[in-house]
Design a protein around this ligand. Structure first.
Ligand SMILES: [Fe+2]
Length: 247
């Protein structure tokens, strides 16, 4: 006699999939945060409909190392000379909502150069481009969910959200968890930035503790003597302590 959780062939029916827990209120950016002007146009005007999680939501891509080269996590060695700016190491651990390491997971980052300019055709900020800095990197987490990037500290840059609007220095992160719905796209900030209180993107995470989860910590252990400052940024996918996603 088959178990009530399996079909006649012993397979688990789709309905037995354990869904992900919902985010706690206030721990994710508000869809509508009027001070962040673009959200006025793109925030949903109707209540969201929750779709049940089936196998296609709780499973997802598996990444090997073949397409990621060992040096793809070093943004300072992609050109003939080193980029200008302060060399930094950013490392941490990716964990799931139950505190288990998320191993073999693709992490991609992109950022502005030390002068606060992206190497992108649409960035019109009149700050210099750096011929030795593209600003993109990627890596795959190890068996313990750990990752490490070498890069330079990005500069703050202006944007046209409101008068005299400046983004705090940040690095964009994309992380593919074990399933498509656990993909995280977020921004990592640097501790003590005076621009936090003026930045509606940072402030759109209303829960103070959740907001601190997108701020990296200076870490003397990651810091390499006479070479680079180290910052630690742990990333938690889903669950109560989840890193806030981008809207
Ligand atoms: Fe940015």
């Amino acid at each position: 006699m088959p178990s009530p959780l399996t079909d006649a062939k012993g397979r688990k029916p789709m309905g037995s999939v354990v869904p992900f827990r919902k985010h706690e209120p206030g721990t994710q950016p508000n869809y509508l945060y009027p001070a962040y002007v673009a959200t006025r146009r793109r925030a949903p005007s109707q209540p969201l409909i929750s779709l049940p999680h089936t196998l296609s939501e709780v499973t997802g891509p598996v990444f090997g190392h073949s397409d990621v080269r060992p040096n793809d996590n070093d943004l300072t060695t992609q050109h003939p000379a080193e980029p200008l700016g302060q060399r930094i190491i950013v490392s941490g651990q990716a964990l799931d909502g139950n505190g288990h390491p998320v191993s073999n997971s693709l992490i991609e980052i992109w950022q502005a150069n030390a002068a606060g300019r992206y190497a992108h055709a649409k960035d019109g900020h009149p700050a210099p481009l750096d011929p030795n800095f593209t600003g993109t990197g990627r890596t795959v987490t190890d068996a313990e969910g750990r990752y490490r990037f070498v890069t330079i500290k990005p500069g703050a840059y202006p944007w046209r959200n409101h008068d005299n609007a400046w983004r705090p220095a940040h690095i964009h992160f994309s992380l593919f968890g074990p399933a498509f719905v656990t993909r995280l796209v977020t921004q990592m900030y640097f501790p003590g930035d005076p621009l936090f209180k003026y930045d509606p993107i940072f402030q759109s995470i209303s829960d103070e503790k959740a907001r601190q989860r997108v701020v990296s910590q200076f870490d003397l252990e990651t810091t390499k003597p006479e070479w680079a400052l180290g910052y630690r940024f742990d990333i938690i996918l889903r669950g109560r302590e989840a890193t806030p996603f981008e809207e």
